[in-house]
Design a protein around this ligand. Structure first.
Ligand SMILES: Cc1ncc(COP(=O)(O)O)c(C=O)c1O
Length: 477
């Protein structure tokens, strides 16, 4: 499709600069039509993408609805891709808008010194928070780094976390430890089905000391797909005056959470995993007001360490102690030199696609497929093979980890697990991944497989991966 031309050439249009955000480029109120302007100029997003779009899906009650949802994606169907926990695949209309915008930006040499306020508004709307509390980051790791580097922690302060964190959180914590003498204390997470949400609260409660300043955990953990009970842990943090930080890499696009209701101070999520936004994107939530109902604690001291939006003179007003923000802190994080209009257009469109389908409908679907997978694993291998919870719905999500071999001792065999995953790809055309982690009471790490269930999967795909793994692992005794 030939790119449309920009029609206006004001200096503002050429620079793409807009003081009040990205309204300039994408157009406030163009939420689903994709009509936008550069600083008031008509922009090419009005063109309808070819083929099926989320705006043209049949009624959710129609029998072919989920098949149609699957057709929104351009994922290669020769392979059954079930590793969304590592990376998702953008819908066709997201790819098209990124492509078109790139072409237009190239043709017009358009800069984007913007705080992308309207993209943030769309993303915030889908996540139960306000635009001043949501920045589009480069990914989860970037979000976690900006959160941790922005906190006013000092020598001897303690971060209470878990033994199942990702390097996206571990590395910025290590930097605080090595640079400032911040202490990192870890609780050992339980694994498997035999646990309840309350167990996590007690585990963390028992480890809080007078030095603890931050409670940091992944929800879900990428190791076992255990959805730690965020709201309950946020309440625990509030009770003890702790700052709560969630590595929520897998939350955007998978779970229909309202970030205000979660009651946490910070949450870093991926854009390119379950949300299927372009690569190199993430969502960074930072509470920017006192929420009487969900988090009445004062706002923590926070510095946007990577910013060209922070005032170079005069500083900022004190953070609010009420329900109205005193300034747009997310805008300060968002403005870092020249941004990418194309990528931001893609983030916006991905969020719009999700909102159209309905985030609760998506959560129900993808977690429902995981529930089905867990039932099949329990039937074939026995429930003890599951490293993800199954029976407490507060702990489940769309990531499923389990031990794929019949012999329980094989759980220590990393090479064999890797070989299984490779053979599954080569011989059955199915992509999943391995996962390894420490288990309390075991002197060696456990090695299992992890399967992601998403919008481009059907029940039959879940059955296919189970059958293939059962067959293959049976031949690898
Ligand atoms: C829990 C968790 N945190 C952080 C990351 C890093 O994600 P990103 O690539 O978005 O930085 C991952 C990636 O899989 C993850 O699973």
């Amino acid at each position: 499709m030939a790119p449309q031309r920009l029609t206006t050439r004001t200096p503002a249009a050429r620079s793409g600069f807009s003081r009040r955000g990205f309204v300039g480029l994408l157009g406030a109120g163009a939420a689903t039509a994709g009509v936008g302007t550069v600083a008031g100029a008509p922009f090419a997003h009005a063109a309808a993408p070819e083929g099926l779009t989320a705006a043209r899906l049949p009624s959710p009650s129609s029998p072919g609805y989920w098949d149609a949802v699957e057709r929104l994606f351009m994922l290669d169907k020769d392979v059954l891709f079930m590793n969304v926990g590592t990376v998702g695949s953008p819908p066709r209309e997201v790819v098209e808008i990124v492509d078109r915008t790139h072409r237009e930006v190239a043709a017009g040499a358009i800069a984007a010194y913007s705080d992308f306020a309207d993209v943030r508004a769309v993303a915030a709307r889908g996540h139960g928070c306000d635009p001043d509390e949501l920045a589009v980051s480069h990914n989860t790791s970037d979000g976690m780094s900006k959160i941790l580097a922005g906190l006013a922690l000092k020598e001897g302060d303690e971060i209470l976390t878990t033994n199942h964190e990702h390097s996206g959180g571990n590395v910025p914590m290590a930097l605080l430890r090595d640079r400032y003498g911040v202490r990192i204390k870890r609780v050992a997470l339980p694994v498997g089905n035999d646990q309840r949400a309350e167990d996590y609260v007690e585990l963390f409660r028992g480890a809080i000391t007078s030095r603890t300043k931050v409670l940091l955990f992944s929800a879900p953990t990428y190791k076992t797909g255990t959805m730690l009970p965020i709201r309950m842990l946020a309440e625990l943090a509030q009770e003890h005056g702790l700052i709560s930080v969630v590595d929520g890499a897998h939350i955007p696009g998978m779970m229909a959470y309202d970030f205000h209701q979660l009651g946490v101070d910070f949450l870093a999520g991926a854009g390119a995993k379950w949300q299927c936004a372009p690569g190199g994107t993430g969502l960074l939530y930072l509470r920017n007001k006192v929420l009487d109902r969900y988090n009445p604690n004062p706002l923590p001291e926070f510095w946007p360490v990577v910013s060209s939006g922070y005032p170079s003179e005069g500083g900022v007003p004190p953070r609010t102690d009420g329900p109205k923000e005193s300034y747009d802190i997310a805008a300060q994080l968002q403005q870092v030199g020249n941004g990418s209009m194309a990528i931001m257009a893609g983030v916006r469109r991905a969020c719009e696609v999700w909102d159209r389908i309905g985030r609760e409908r998506i959560e129900k679907r993808v977690v429902g497929l995981s529930d089905h997978l867990k039932e099949l694993v329990a039937e074939r291998w026995g429930v003890k093979a599951l490293y993800s919870p199954k029976d407490d719905p507060r702990l489940t999500c769309a990531l499923t980890s389990f031990a794929p071999f019949r012999d329980a001792g094989d759980v220590y065999d990393g090479e064999k697990t890797t070989a299984l995953v490779e053979r599954l790809k080569d011989e059955h055309g199915i992509t999943i991944r391995t996962s390894d982690f420490p288990v309390a009471g075991s002197d060696r790490p456990h090695h299992v497989v992890r399967v992601s269930t998403h919008l481009f999967h059907q029940k039959k795909d879940v059955e296919r991966v189970v059958d293939a793994l059962w067959k293959l692992s049976g031949t690898m005794r």
